[in-house]
Unconditional design. Structure first.
Length: 448
């Protein structure tokens, strides 16, 4: 998985607060989808689609060539897809260069700013999409109030799991069949698995507590039994003792390695990206979603047989809790789209088995359609069985990334967490500052 990152300037671009955003100024409060049936389906059409995943571009193109899709969108429909980062998308929207739709973009942020449509009317009129056939928390991830801010599709399943390199585990004499379940136990493994040269330079770290999904504010908050964002009240709760305890716990992993050691290891080409250090085998443990299993096969097939997956850690005072998160990636349709019907057709076809198999076979991603999940061999990718079987054992669920300024705060939390593990501020000071920054940004974005 790639991870979006967005600066405050990018946020301002999408809210019309930076010069040159005339096109967005016309975007009013989100309303109903355009009425279907009035488009000229017989005329040649183009669908312009943007993807936050570069790795999914080719599978998307393959899906657009399926007869089933052409039957929906029209034989002569041209489908154009390109990878895009959030900064680039914000700039394109500000310049009036609006695509028809996108995925792996800032879903709640775009909705809150009135840039994408409510898809309820489209879904209600579909003979293909059955919301009851989708795992409930996956579908609900796209529901804000009475609105459907996008069509859950492409990918949406279990987000949390600790993945271990069994070679490293066995090399230091630990038991790969008895994986740790608390932060305290993971810390012990981190110490055993980390390796240093004679000069004290790290050559392997046990666990990077902010790689992949571990960096998410939702994760550390949920692990410690807290919620930094109240979706119903639209309020922030960073400044809390449990949040501070979680940040301090993560900081201890850095301190064992050494902040500069950590920075040096991650600065090596390829090792600073999502999962890069794990694939390079200079990191023994990664906290990531189910997709890690298939992506490891793609990224480093010789490592994949040694991947083992287990529950993410909780503090000892919560021992026994089995936490999990999910959410939907979705296809959002822009208000200024030239071909919203065609974009919805693409979202529709993603709910059928042939496209879901193309995605699963190419990048290992699962869309939470119950009938499709039932067809998956849990041993297709090493470690996948844990995620498939975890659905019925979860004690504490969360639907992640609900806050409209999630990605902004993701960046702020990571910045302030570094201040903690470098001992420039305490964890209590950091969470208080997170609270201040969140409230100030909320106000600056006109979301209060």
């Amino acid at each position: 998985m790639t991870i979006p990152n967005i600066s405050r300037r990018a946020f301002l671009r999408t809210t019309g607060l930076v010069a040159g955003t005339t096109a967005l100024a016309a975007c009013a409060v989100p309303g109903a989808a355009p009425a279907g049936g009035d488009t000229m389906a017989s005329e040649p059409k183009t669908i312009e689609f943007v993807s936050g995943w570069g790795s999914a571009v080719e599978p998307f193109r393959e899906i657009a060539q399926l007869d089933s899709f052409k039957a929906l969108a029209g034989e002569d429909t041209e489908f154009n897809v390109r990878p895009v980062g959030l900064e680039d998308l914000a700039a394109a929207l500000a310049a009036g260069d609006t695509p028809d739709g996108g995925s792996n973009i800032d879903y709640p942020g775009l909705w809150a700013r009135g840039i994408v449509i409510d898809c309820n009317d489209y879904v209600n009129g579909s003979d293909i999409i059955d919301p009851s056939g989708v795992l409930e928390p996956v579908w609900n991830a796209a529901v804000y109030g009475s609105n459907l801010i996008g069509v859950p599709s492409v990918e949406g399943f279990m987000w949390y799991g600790m993945n271990y390199n069994a070679k490293h585990v066995e090399e230091v004499g630990l038991d790969v069949d008895d994986l740790p379940l608390t932060w305290e136990a993971v810390m012990e493994w981190h110490v055993e698995l980390s390796k240093f040269d004679e000069g004290g330079n790290v050559i392997r770290m046990g666990f990077d507590p902010v790689d992949a999904m571990a960096a998410e504010p939702d994760f550390i908050s949920h692990s410690f039994g807290h919620a930094w964002w109240n979706d119903e009240e639209q309020t922030f709760h960073f400044d809390h003792e449990l949040m501070a305890l979680g940040i301090e716990t993560q900081a201890e992993f850095f301190r064992h390695i050494g902040p500069d050691n950590f920075a040096g290891l991650r600065s090596v080409e390829g090792q600073g990206r999502w999962g890069g250090s794990y694939y390079a085998e200079v990191q023994s443990i990664i906290m990531d979603g189910y997709w890690h299993c298939g992506e490891t096969v793609s990224e480093k097939p010789e490592l994949a047989p040694f991947n083992r997956s287990a529950w993410p850690p909780v503090p000892a005072f919560r021992e026994g809790a089995k936490i999990q998160a999910t959410g939907a990636h979705m296809i959002q349709i822009f208000k200024e789209a030239n071909n919203p019907d065609g974009m919805f057709n693409f979202a529709e076809i993603m709910h059928t088995n042939e496209p879901m198999n193309i995605i699963f076979d190419s990048v290992g991603w699962i869309m939470g359609v119950k009938s499709f999940i039932s067809t998956i061999d849990p041993d297709t990718y090493p470690g996948l069985r844990f995620y498939l079987e975890s659905v019925d054992e979860v004690t504490d669920w969360i639907i992640g990334r609900r806050c409209p300024i999630h990605w902004y705060m993701y960046t702020q939390v990571n910045e302030l967490r570094e201040q903690v593990y470098r001992d420039f501020m305490t964890a209590e000071e950091a969470v208080a500052e997170m609270q201040k920054r969140a409230e100030a940004e909320w106000e600056a974005q006109g979301l209060s």
